[in-house]
Design a protein around this ligand. Structure first.
Ligand code: GLY
Length: 307
């Protein structure tokens, strides 16, 4: 009997259009998505857990400097990298999250350790990195996360007369959602946040219920975009609530929440799966790096809105 599974991933939403993205950046984005999808799909194909699949897919994207998570994260106004991540298991509603970590190679692995090995859900700053060291999570020097392109992007923003953070979120967050052969769903999200962020700003990605949520009774959701509006709407939990309590389809819930996001001035997108195996996405930006595969379908990889 074929094990049934579905995996959906994203590498961020934003203003990507065929005429603005270079062929090299287009190819790098698609290659990164393909590698991440393959890592997660291999686990699900072997009968592995959705939780392991979403972590594996996100770790690949965290190592890929084409995406704004882990290595290749955007810079704060002070020229540092501060990573946020979360993971959630829909079977038991277990969750772990970290914010502002600077010396952990895979922030999503650290979030998983918080979930599995601590009595807490959310750790922040140097303490979170220290927790990782105490629990065998791989460290990395802060310089390992930094790339010349992210430095250039910060310099560009700081040079503007009205220097502020990059509210377009052109260099987006990564995430994965999956349902495994046992019908369990999981979600994971990881990000460097916004270029030029300051004052310890944290977005939606590591906030359980805002940028990340998974519930076997409803769906798994990972978000990308303007984090402040996602937080105000509690987007990831709200999608799950409308599925669980109002009987909406994941497609209707995702489309409606993205519409409501837009009504508050927010830009971005979501990926979703349901325990019955359906999966998809919704976004209100010109593009979103995204990919999906199921037990009986080939990888589907896209960047632009009209693909
Ligand atoms: N959505 C990622 C952030 O706002 O930090």
């Amino acid at each position: 009997m074929t094990t049934q599974w579905t995996l959906v991933i994203h590498g961020g939403s934003g203003s990507m259009r065929p005429e603005t993205l270079s062929p090299a950046d287009d190819a790098a984005g698609r290659a990164g998505l393909a590698a991440a999808l393959a890592a997660g799909a291999a686990i699900l194909r072997d009968g592995g857990a959705a939780l392991d699949a979403v972590q594996a897919a996100v770790e690949v994207l965290e190592d890929d400097p084409a995406f704004n998570a882990g290595r290749g994260s955007v810079f704060t106004a002070e020229g540092r990298v501060e990573c946020d991540a979360a993971i959630m298991d829909g079977a038991a509603l277990d969750a772990g999250a970290v914010a502002g970590v600077r010396t952990t190679r895979h922030p999503v692995a650290l979030a998983r350790a918080v979930m599995a090995d601590s009595p807490h859900v959310f750790l922040a700053g140097a303490g979170a990195d220290q927790f990782g060291r105490a629990h065998g999570i791989e460290a990395a020097d802060p310089a390992w996360f930094e790339t010349p392109e992210r430095r250039r992007q910060l310099d560009e923003i700081l040079a503007r007369p009205d220097a502020a953070f990059d509210s377009d979120m052109k260099y987006g967050t990564v995430g994965a959602v999956a349902v495994d052969g046992d019908g369990h769903v999981a979600a994971a999200t990881s990000t460097g946040g916004l270029t030029g962020k300051k004052w310890g700003r944290v977005g939606d990605s590591p906030l359980i219920g805002a940028g990340t949520y998974a519930d076997d009774r409803a769906a798994a959701v990972s978000c990308t975009g303007a984090g402040e509006v996602f937080i105000r709407l509690g987007v990831a939990h709200e999608i799950c609530a409308r599925v669980r309590l109002a009987g909406w389809s994941i497609e209707d819930a995702a489309d409606t929440l993205v519409d409501e996001l837009g009504e508050l001035g927010g830009k971005g997108g979501v990926i979703v799966v349901s325990p019955d195996g359906s999966g998809g996405w919704a976004f209100n930006t010109p593009g979103m790096y995204r990919a999906m595969q199921t037990h009986d379908s080939a990888p589907e990889i896209a960047i632009y809105g009209d693909e």
